[in-house]
Write a protein that binds this ligand. Sequence first.
Ligand SMILES: [Fe+2]
Length: 416
Amino acid sequence: MKKIVLIAVSVFLILSFCGCSEEEPLRIVHITDTHFTGSENYSYEGTFLAANDTNGTGKQVRYIEDILDAFIAEMLVQKPDVIIITGDLAFDGAKVSHLALAEKLSVLKEAEIKVLVLPGNHDITGNTYIFPNGEPEVSVSVTVDEFKEIYSPFGYEGAVSYDPNSLSYVYDAGKNVRIFMLDTNLMYGVTLGQISEDSVKWLEEQLTACKEAGITPVVAGHHSLLSHNPRFDFSYRLGNGDEVSELITEYGANLYLCGHLHTQHYVQTESLTDIVGGGFCVYPHRYGVIDISPSGWTYEAKTTDVSSYAESIGSSDENLLGYDEFGYGFFYDNAYIQAIGSLTDYVADSELLEKYADFSAKLNVAYFGGDYSELDFSIADDFLKDCDGTGWAAYLKFALDDPKDSTHCQWPVATE
Ligand SMILES: [Fe+2]
């Protein structure tokens, strides 16, 4: 008996000493660029929303509420510790859309899932439009104070510290992880990103405190720190991205989560992984799942399962029930129309023009989803040669230069 007790005590001591009881990872789910509008704020019949369907950005306005509902249903089952949303929360920043989004998010809060949000460049915009009858109607956005009030349950209450100069804050996520939510807007309503000198000072103070406390830092913002597509560095990458990435890595952060570009993509250096989450408003409506433990982290981008959700609530909408086909088709058509417009003066042969538009529309969907596994690259070189000089070819060239799977990565970096 004495021997059994001795073994039990030894096992307990070994487990306690190696910290094995704390090995349970913290799970963060990251979404970005929801561009949400509640269905009462628009009608799909109008001229603007018809234009939205052909403007090339692929924003799913018509079904965004259903897509968000499907995501929330998945989260209620998966129960991550924290969900972070890195800006462009509401479609063109309308106050009514922010209020509708906050109401949706409250369901997660009630289920004891922490939700943390940040403003993107589309969230605090002054005058804006909504489309309750299908035609644009002037509406208002939110002030900084209203933003903080609407999202008080989602980061703007209960944080470790708030930056007095911006809407940045740091929040304890639990399991010894602290999330630095950085407001990266140079000015609200402007695409450019920059963190002011005063905010950088505040950030360094907070990073110092985090390091002294032995807590793992994870950093998030709307604009990227590193370059994800050289064509879009200006205005999509933080103006002082080099300074901020040096600073956060100096204090031990190796993971940065952001959005703004809408294209699922990561860049990994020796010290930092910068992950742009695919725009949630765009097919395939990505969300990233990050498991963080003392030894590192893993990242996996998933797809919101809209059709299963539609089935579960007894929807009769065929587009939702067959969402994979519909969502893909919507984004493909959106890009195809743009491609035809861009390539038409360069490719005289109509059959070839259609072939290139088809290829570039498929490439565009793959690029946004960060997954090229289904793409046939056989006409890629001819496309680049024949369409050289067009905006489309210049834009998609980077996707063809770096068609890596951006749906998975990890830290420490996997060695072959
Ligand atoms: Fe956006």
